[in-house]
Structure formats: C-alpha cells, structure tokens
Design a protein. Structure first.
Length: 270
C-alpha cells in the first residue's frame, strides 16, 4: 500500500508541475455594486476629471467616449520578460480618429501610460491598435474588422527588451491555444517608437476615456487578467505538454518495475 501511495503521489505531483508556470497575476471580475468604478476594489481616479465616470453595471464596466480615468495597482511589478493583459471587450461604437482606452502604468494614479491600446472605426465595424512609445509614436492597427455588440477576448503583450527604445509587443483576438505561438497575432511584432524612453518597470493598469471626438463607446469591459503568463491572461485552461505525459509514463513504468521486483524478492524469501 505504501508503494501504491508513493506512485500515486509522484504521478499527481508531476502532472501538477507540468501545468504550472511561475507567474504573477492580477485578476478583476468587477463584481462590485452598480455605479462608479473609482473607489471600489483597488480602483482610484487618475487626475481630477469626475464627469462621466467609468461605471460598473451587472459586473462589467462601460465607457463613455470621454470622462473620468481610473487605475489599479497590480500587486506586483514587472521589469523583464513579458507582461500580458487579457480582457473581454464589446463595443457599440467607434470613431475614425481612434483613441486608447487601456494601458499599462507605473502606479495606480500615475499617467506614465505604456503599451496604449486603441480602437477606431473601420467600415461597418472597428479595428484594434497597439502603440508602444509616446512622443512621435503612432498605433499599429490590425487589418481584421471586428463587429459591434460582439464580445471578444483580447490579450495584449508587452516585452521588456534590454536597452532603450526597443521594447516590443503584440496582441491577440480570441486566442484558442494555451501555447502562445500557436495563435495568430493580430499584428506583427511592434517595436518601441518615438523619443520618450520606456518605463523600467510596470506595476499598474489604467482604464482611460479619451476625447469625445475620437474615443470608442465600450458597452462591456470585463474579466481583466494581467499576468506574466499568456495562458492565464488568455483565460485558457492549461493542458500538460506531450513531454509531461511522457515523463509521467516513464515514472510510472520505473516504479512499476520496482514494485514487481520487490514482490518477487519477498515471495522468494518466503
């Protein structure tokens, strides 16, 4: 019985180890009282604008085209590797100029917006864009036109690259694979542009309402996950890789041989 328990423990431990990644994660489902988001959970107002607050309704956030901005600390700081932000998004309107509605930040109420995420109208729908850089930088938009009043899972990635003016990123729309590179990115890898240097670390997320003439109308923003793990931000359940299964079978086989030999030895001694 002892050996059986040992075998079970080893197999289960290996299975769990194969699905876990070292990660830091911030999760927000906006399960708050209906009304202004600022002041609920860890969300604080950025700046002094109090008109048209970001509003919680039935567990999701809606954006007017202009008004109050808010931010929240992540509870961790990222300064290397990749940082991901995943969220469910539905728009009911967008404008030709476009504006950004989400960005990484250095602190909850700072305005050091990094990795700005845009939406603008395109034909009968809209397209999403991602901008790395501030002064002199412009967003790179996807060519895929999305439908209004449809919810999409978006995952944006920010890559810290050694040096200056060279951080990178991309984003995905409705990723389906837990393996990031098995999904098709919405845009080619973007490299930091402009003359303003990158922030050394990122520790917050900002939700922003732009100007009335350029910003999108967001009917639902929900299930925000900021993480150093792609699969976590994408909200996709991890499945052990084939190599993990091979390791499990190998461990089980070796223990099986050990158990069989021990039984034979005990039988011979008897």
């Amino acid at each position: 019985m002892h050996l059986r328990r040992l075998l079970t423990t080893i197999v289960l431990s290996a299975a769990v180890a194969g699905t876990l990644e070292a990660q830091s994660t911030f999760t927000e489902t906006f399960a708050y009282s209906n009304g202004a988001l600022a002041g609920q959970g860890g969300w604080s107002r950025i700046g002094s604008t109090v008109t048209n607050p970001l509003t919680v309704t039935s567990g999701s956030v809606s954006f007017a085209t202009t008004g109050e901005d808010v931010g929240s600390a992540l509870g961790f700081s990222a300064s290397s590797g990749s940082l991901y932000a995943g969220f469910d998004l539905a728009l009911t309107g967008a404008q030709a100029t476009g504006d950004y509605f989400l960005a990484f930040n250095t602190a909850a109420t700072a305005t050091n917006y990094t990795g700005r995420f845009f939406a603008k109208s395109s034909g009968s729908g809209y397209v999403l864009g991602y901008q790395l850089g501030v002064t002199g930088a412009t967003p790179s938009y996807s060519s895929t036109v999305l439908d209004f009043s449809t919810t999409y899972r978006i995952v944006m990635r920010y890559d810290f690259v050694s040096g200056t003016l060279n951080d990178q990123g991309t984003f995905y729309v409705n990723p389906s694979s837990v393996t990031e590179l098995s999904n098709t990115a919405a845009v080619s890898t973007i490299t930091w542009a402009g003359t303003t240097s990158e922030n050394a670390s990122l520790a917050a997320i900002a939700l922003r309402q732009g100007t009335a003439s350029s910003a999108a109308t967001i009917s639902s923003f929900d299930n925000l996950i900021v993480s150093t793990s792609f699969s976590t931000a994408a909200n996709i359940s991890a499945v052990p890789e084939p190599s993990t299964y091979a390791a499990l079978l190998g461990a089980a086989g070796l223990l099986g041989v050990f158990v069989q030999r021990r039984r034979r030895r005990i039988s011979t001694q008897a």
